[in-house]
Design a protein around this ligand. Structure first.
Ligand SMILES: Cc1ncc(COP(=O)(O)O)c(C=O)c1O
Length: 362
């Protein structure tokens, strides 16, 4: 038989999402499962968003605006850029896929961190573009020198999640400026800022304020995290009009639905709601981190809405014990297989988590 797929497709492993609440409730026959596994907003979007979705639902027999005009106009005003510098994606995940296909070919090369967001690997492998994983220092902290050392003459795309998933750590302003200037000019730097709203370290700075330092820079943002719209799949890219034009050529028509576009506009306008969640996350992130440290576990310094904690033995074992208590967290692959990634939930959910972890030592 002729082979069905190329080797790179054979190598793909489907993305493993966090275990759904309903699945665990079915398995355990219980009803109070909490999910702290996918870095979702635990309080949900602004109530104004829900009203808007009801209104927008009356139009779902029409295709959405393929150009995303109204949302891009709002985003342009919000970020003080032009509409030509913005395009929308079906979540920022789609944009991760598109930038590899748009800017790199199989005889070129991609760089990303290890550990970092697994979808960079998926995108490069699916597009059959060779890649190098640049190790983080101790598996936890960004190492700009390692990123630069991984770059070859044929490197076209470098992904940097700032702050990073799954470590929660960030690259500080001066190191980021150095990367932007020292990276060879042919490389398109993709700054994935999915968690930017949660970053509050003194030396954290979005790459949006550094666009004058580098022509080939694309910043990815999402409505899935701080805005609480994960199910609606809305992300966006900001870059110079030439970079954005090529993303637009590759993306599928109507890639962002009308409910998502309408909801994102209202979510963007309600910054007060976002600020309230971010503040709750700030307080609870410190409390959960300290609670885990008090129980003797190492916790990576987080700039996100999750923490990464080292349990000192295979994380999958701890994950299974927590599952039996109705708490879903996220086990990690090597090189951080003794760590678990835990999303910061509501105060009540975090109490459940800390209580369940306490049970481990009994
Ligand atoms: C670093 C990072 N980038 C991008 C995404 C994708 O988010 P979405 O496709 O929902 O916008 C995630 C989701 O977990 C993430 O952690």
């Amino acid at each position: 038989m002729e082979r069905l797929v190329a080797d790179n497709i054979e190598r793909l492993i489907p993305y493993t999402p966090g275990k759904p609440i309903e699945e665990l409730e079915r398995e355990l026959g219980i009803t109070d499962v909490i999910k702290l596994a996918s870095n979702e907003n635990p309080v949900g979007p602004s109530p104004k968003v829900l009203e808007e979705i009801t209104r927008a639902a009356t139009e779902i027999h029409r295709y959405p605006d393929a150009a995303g005009f109204a949302l891009r106009k709002d985003l342009a005003a919000f970020h003080d850029v032009t509409m030509e510098e913005i395009c929308l994606g079906n979540g920022s995940n789609e944009l991760i896929d598109i930038v590899v296909r748009a800017y790199a070919s199989p005889d070129e090369h991609v760089v990303f961190g290890d550990p970092s967001f697994v979808c960079y690997w998926l995108a490069a492998t699916a597009a059959n573009v060779p890649f190098t994983k640049a190790p983080l220092r101790d598996g936890i902290h960004w190492d700009v020198d390692a990123l630069l050392a991984a770059v070859k003459p044929e490197t076209k795309v470098l992904f940097l999640a700032n702050p990073n998933n799954p470590t929660g750590t960030h690259v500080g302003e001066s190191e980021l400026r150095r990367l932007l200037t020292e990276l060879p000019p042919q490389v398109v730097l993709i700054m994935d800022e999915a968690y930017v709203q949660f970053a509050d370290a003194d030396d954290f700075e979005s790459a949006l304020g550094m666009r004058d330092l580098r022509e080939r820079l694309v910043v990815l943002r999402t409505f899935s995290k701080a805005y609480g719209l994960a199910a609606l799949r809305v992300g966006y890219a900001i870059g110079n009009p030439e970079l954005i034009d090529y993303i637009n050529r590759v993306r599928a028509p109507f890639n962002v639905g009308s409910l998502g576009q309408a909801a994102a506009r209202v979510a963007l306008a309600d910054q007060e709601w976002v600020a309230r969640y971010v503040e709750m996350n700030r307080v609870e992130r410190a409390r959960v981190s300290q609670g885990l440290r008090d129980q003797g576990f190492e916790v990576a310094p987080s700039q996100t809405n999750f923490v990464l904690a080292n349990f000192g033995r295979p994380g999958k074992e701890i994950y299974d014990v927590l599952l039996r208590q109705g708490v879903i967290v996220r086990p990690m692959p090597p090189p951080i297989a003794t760590w678990l990634r835990i999303t910061i939930g509501t105060p009540e959910e975090n109490d459940r988590l800390l209580g369940a972890v306490q049970e481990l030592s009994r």
